[in-house]
Design a protein around this ligand. Structure first.
Ligand code: SAH
Ligand code: MG
Length: 199
């Protein structure tokens, strides 16, 4: 397991795969254990790094993870097999915005880590699949330190992307349904809970 994790970290580095930072994933693993989270839905698997580590937080944690890129999907399946997590991690090959989940599936945690420009869409779509005291978690809210400084960015593409993350943060802060805390760990992680919940 340890070896596979190191192997995935190296693969990510060599192939420029944006996996979670050590500090961020360690934070999530502690959070999962401390809050007795069992069923997780992840949007954006890449090679399965965060899915496998989240699933390893505790014996009965299960992760369903969605990936639209075929190469990443194949790589993710391979890694899930390597650590014998076929029963703990299920990988769905589809665009998350097109996935039809059964209404009966409710998740204790929904982890959004896919296209940064679509975070509001993901949030609005998947909030219906949250268990009553569930949480929605998002990664990369600092976006390598650019967030909050979008006006200074010269590249138009990067500026627009960072602006979308800034909009998403505003969306979270003004949300009537959810209360959000943003943690300055890893690349910036938010945790949103329903206002009437008691988590
Ligand atoms: N969570 C992973 C990293 C994910 S990187 C980890 O920390 O290990 C973001 C991934 O989201 C990429 O693999 C990208 O292909 C995928 N992605 C982006 N938009 C998506 C969408 N709409 N549906 C499914 N996957 C998406
Ligand atoms: Mg990320």
């Amino acid at each position: 397991m340890k070896e596979l994790i190191l192997e995935m970290e190296k693969y990510a580095k060599d192939h420029n795969v944006p996996i979670m930072q050590n500090e961020g994933i360690a934070f999530l693993m502690r959070f999962i254990k401390a809050n007795n989270i069992k069923n997780i839905l992840e949007i954006g698997s890449a090679i399965g790094y965060s899915a496998i580590l989240m699933a390893s937080s505790d014996v009965d944690v299960k992760v369903t993870t969605i990936e639209r890129d075929e190469n990443y999907y194949m790589e993710c399946l391979k890694n899930v097999k390597k650590c014998d997590f076929d029963k703990k991690v299920s990988v769905v090959f589809q665009d998350a915005l097109e996935v039809n989940l059964s209404d009966e599936n409710k998740y204790d945690m929904i982890f959004i880590d896919a296209a940064k420009g679509q975070y509001i869409k993901f949030f609005e779509k998947f909030k219906y699949f949250l268990a009553p005291n569930g949480v929605i978690v998002t990664d990369n809210l600092k976006f390598h330190g650019y967030v909050g400084k979008s006006d200074e960015i010269e590249s138009k593409n990067l500026r627009q992307l960072v602006k979308k993350i800034e909009n998403y943060i505003e969306f979270l802060n003004n949300n009537q349904e959810f209360t959000t805390k943003i943690y300055d760990v890893g690349d910036g992680i938010s945790i949103s809970v329903r206002k009437n919940g008691n988590t």
